[in-house]
Design a protein around this ligand. Structure first.
Ligand SMILES: [Zn+2]
Length: 45
C-alpha cells in the first residue's frame, strides 16, 4: 500500500499514513487538532 507523509497545516503534526488514514483525515480533519486538510498536505513517499 502507498504510504504518504502527512504534515498538518494547523498543528504541525507529521507522520506516515496509509491511504485509508489519508482519506479519513481529508474527510474528518487532523486527528490531533481538527484542522481541515486536503490531499495536498500528503506527500507520496
Ligand atoms: Zn493538526
Amino acid at each position: 500500500m502507498t504510504t504518504y507523509e502527512f504534515t498538518c497545516p494547523g498543528c504541525g503534526q507529521r507522520g506516515p499514513v496509509d491511504g485509508d488514514v489519508r482519506n479519513a483525515t481529508v474527510e474528518y480533519g487532523c486527528p490531533v487538532c481538527g484542522t481541515e486538510v486536503s490531499r495536498e498536505h500528503f506527500l507520496v513517499h
